[in-house]
Design a protein around this ligand. Structure first.
Ligand code: 5CA
Length: 438
């Protein structure tokens, strides 16, 4: 993409409404704009990041055998009356009426709808297990929407729902998601720690929140330091095998959110030097709730002996749009965003320091064409602005690699390569620089 043509409205000043760094940087780098309280429009650069996060989430979900569906945002109130949650949900639910005065709502979550889809489509224990997910916009009329996309009213969530014949099957489904979540967040360059959590309006008695440590996090959290650097990506995972040993490894060390914290246990179980009390951002939340929805909504299948069995369920959420903010909270410096390569909107940037159509421009054009031909996502700063502004903008946007092209270098057949994360710069012949990418 040529920057001269890109819709990238960056801001020089810190917007006064933004209290935390990710919100400030998302506005300054032109990722999003607020359109109403807690509701955001995604601009081209922000949408690319959102899509990259979505892709990793989808990839890891598919690897577990979960199947993608797409349910609507608008739901019928009658559906929620079947589970008894229509009245229980409270003012967070946006209730609307259609022209026939039928009561509808903008979905805050989809347990009811998926239970009906499953109930109408599965009849026998042979249809189990099933795990269905979608990535869809939700609306929750939060009392205090704040921190930009972190606590929005409209937000993008991946939510899935598992159906099993018995509790043992449901725990295996839960464990699959537990492991898939560890992998998902690790691939985004994040250290997410699973913590015992409260189940709130979703219900059930087994639940973990996946928490990223950050000073600006909304929840107070307590855990064993050993959990911070545990690695999952180096492991071979067999989703058909027994995942309990891996789950145990992550759950045997103390970790709990504020609501579930037991100070006494924390002090006795965790050596003083290993105790970590911090703040965290909840990027995912998984629940096992048995028959809480399947029973009132009559989601039953025929068991092996022909008997009627009420299916066991769980649900599993990831805050896809919240993750864009969470990644920035975890990956930034005073100059701007420092994207991990896996979610970066562009992997490489070209900074043309003499965009006058001469030899420097010609070298940049060649580089740009060569990178595009290799399928490397490249942002080419071909604008007629001073070099200082180009450096500042590119640091703000956070592209992992910057190729800096100036007259002296070109005369010697060289360009400068800058690593945004470390700040390290080196000169390299153009061909050699190109060979590094793609
Ligand atoms: N149905 C269940 C699991 S699918 C559910 O709704 N769980 S949840 O309420 O915990 O939400 C799942 C994830 O969505 C949370 O972990 C969080 O990352 C994200 N989320 C929840 N509320 C918001 C919000 N207001 N703004 C942005 N993200 C949110």
């Amino acid at each position: 993409m040529r920057m001269s043509q890109y819709f990238l409205p960056t801001l020089k000043e810190n917007p006064s409404e933004a209290q935390i760094v990710s919100h400030r940087l998302m506005l300054r780098a032109g990722l999003v704009r607020q359109t109403s309280a807690g509701i955001y429009a995604w601009l081209p650069l922000g949408l690319k990041v959102l899509r990259n996060i979505e892709r990793i989430v989808r990839d890891e979900q598919d690897a577990t055998g979960a199947q993608e569906v797409l349910m609507p945002t608008i739901q019928s109130a009658d559906l929620w009356r079947e589970s008894g949650r229509y009245d229980a949900y409270g003012p967070e639910m946006l209730r609307i009426k259609d022209r026939h005065e039928r009561e509808m709502l903008f979905g805050p979550t989809n347990e009811e709808m998926i239970t009906v889809l499953f109930r109408d489509g599965a009849k026998s224990y042979r249809d189990l297990p099933k795990n269905l997910y979608h990535i869809q916009w939700k609306f929750r009329d939060e009392v205090r929407p704040r921190f930009g996309v972190m606590r929005g009213r409209e937000f993008l969530m991946k939510d899935n729902y598992s159906f099993d014949i018995d509790k043992a099957g449901a725990i295996q489904s839960y464990n699959k998601m537990f492991v898939a979540y560890l992998r998902t967040f690790a691939r985004m360059g994040l250290k997410a720690i699973p913590m015992r959590a409260d189940t709130g309006p979703i219900g059930g008695d087994l639940s973990h929140e996946f928490i990223i440590l950050a000073e600006t996090g909304e929840s107070a959290v307590f855990c064993h330091k050993g959990l911070v650097d545990k690695d999952i990506l180096g492991r071979d995972i067999d989703y058909d095998g027994d995942l309990q040993p891996i789950v145990n490894e992550w759950t045997s060390l103390y970790a709990a959110t504020d609501e579930m914290h037991q100070a006494e246990r924390f002090i006795t179980e965790v050596p003083a030097g290993e105790q970590l009390s911090a703040r965290g951002i909840e990027v995912g939340h998984i629940f096992y709730f048995g028959t809480k929805y399947s029973q009132p909504m009559n989601a039953v299948v025929a068991g092996p002996g022909g008997e009627q069995v009420t299916v066991e369920m769980g649900s599993y959420g990831i805050g896809v749009s919240r993750l864009v903010g969470a990644v920035i909270e975890a990956c930034h410096d005073e100059a701007g965003i420092v994207w991990p390569e896996s979610v970066a909107p562009f992997k490489v940037a070209i900074l043309n320091l003499k965009p006058d159509g001469g030899v420097v421009s010609a070298a940049c054009e060649d580089l740009y064409a060569a990178l595009q031909a290799k399928g490397v996502e490249t942002l080419y700063d071909d604008r007629d602005v001073r070099a200082g502004a180009k450096f500042a903008d590119m640091d703000l946007i956070g592209t992992p690699w910057q190729l800096i092209v100036g007259p002296k270098g070109v005369a010697a057949g060289k360009i400068e390569i800058k690593n945004r994360k470390t700040g390290a710069r080196e000169e390299a012949p153009i061909e050699q620089a190109l060979a590094r990418f793609g």
